[in-house]
Design a protein around this ligand. Sequence first.
Ligand SMILES: Nc1nc2c(ncn2[C@@H]2O[C@H](COP(=O)(O)OP(=O)(O)OP(=O)(O)O)[C@@H](O)[C@H]2O)c(=O)[nH]1
Ligand SMILES: [Mg+2]
Length: 292
Amino acid sequence: MKISVIIPTMDEPAIADVLHDVLDALQQHSVELIVVDKSKDETATRAAELGAKVIHQTGTGYGDAYITGFQHISEDTETVVILDGDYTYDPYDIPKLLQAINDGADLVIGARFALMDKGAMSRRNALGNRLLTALIRVLYHVRITDSQSGMRAIRRSALDRLKLESPNMPFASEMIIEAQKENLAITEVPIRYRNRVGRAKLYPFRDAFSILFTTIRLVRDYNPIVIFLPIGLALILIGLAYGTTILIEYTTTGIVTRLAGAVLSVFLILTGLQITLFGLLADIILTNLRRR
Ligand SMILES: Nc1nc2c(ncn2[C@@H]2O[C@H](COP(=O)(O)OP(=O)(O)OP(=O)(O)O)[C@@H](O)[C@H]2O)c(=O)[nH]1
Ligand SMILES: [Mg+2]
C-alpha cells in the first residue's frame, strides 16, 4: 500500500526523530514523506536529508499547511497519514491507524486521552478539546472522543471528497465535519500522546475561540435548524411565559400595570417566530440545493 505521510512544521527541533520513526514504523510500505515547512531554523534541511519532499509554505496556518501538502500527494497514493512534527505523536502508532483503514474505515482519528503522558496536554487544552468534541458529537452525531487530535489516517478517495478551507486550527474540526457530511466511516483508535519538544505554535485563547466560532459557522451553514430553531423557540417561550403573567394580572384585576413588559413579551414572541421561520426556510433552501 502506498502511503503519503504529511507533516506541517514551524521550527520543530525533533523533526529528524519523527521522520526517522515514521520510516522505521512503515518499513513494510511504500512511503512518501511530505513536510510542509514554514521554519526559520534548519527544520527543512533536516527533513530533506531524511528523504522528505519539502514544500515551503507560502501561506500561513496549520490548516493551510495541510491544504498545501494535499496538493503534492503522488498520483498512486492510496492512504494519507497526517501528524505533527513536534514529537507528541508516536509514529509507531501509525500501523494501528492503517489497520483500521484496512478494516473498512475511511477516516481514522488517533484518540489521545487513554494513553496520555503526564503534562502532555494542559488542563485548559483538554477542557477546550472536550467541549468542542461534545459539540461535534451532539450536532453531527459523530462518535469520537478527541476531535482535535492531529494524528489521522484517511483514504485518498475519501480525502478527495472533502471541502477543506480552514487555514488555521479549526481545520481539525472541519475535516471531521466534512467527513460526516460525506457519510464516510469515521473511527478512532487509542494512541499515545507525549510531551512536545520545542515551543508551542498554538495560541490557546485565540485558537480556542476561532475553533469554536468555526464549528458554529459550519453547523449554521450545514444544519441551520440546529442553531436557529432552539434560539427562536427559546425566545418564543420566554415571551409567552412573561406575557402570560401579564395576561393573568389583566384578567384578574382588569388593568395592565406593566406596559413595557407587555411590549417586550410581544417583541420576544415575534422575534422568536422570525428566527424560527428563518431557520426552517434556510433548511428548505439548503435541502433543495443539496438534492441537485
Ligand atoms: N507549516 C506550518 N506548520 C505549522 C503552522 N502552525 C503550526 N504548525 C505545525 O503544526 C503542528 C501542530 O502545531 P502545534 O504547535 O504542535 O499545535 P498543538 O499540537 O495544537 O499544540 P501543542 O500542544 O503545543 O503541541 C506542529 O508540527 C507545528 O510545527 C503553520 O502555520 N505552518
Ligand atoms: Mg503539537
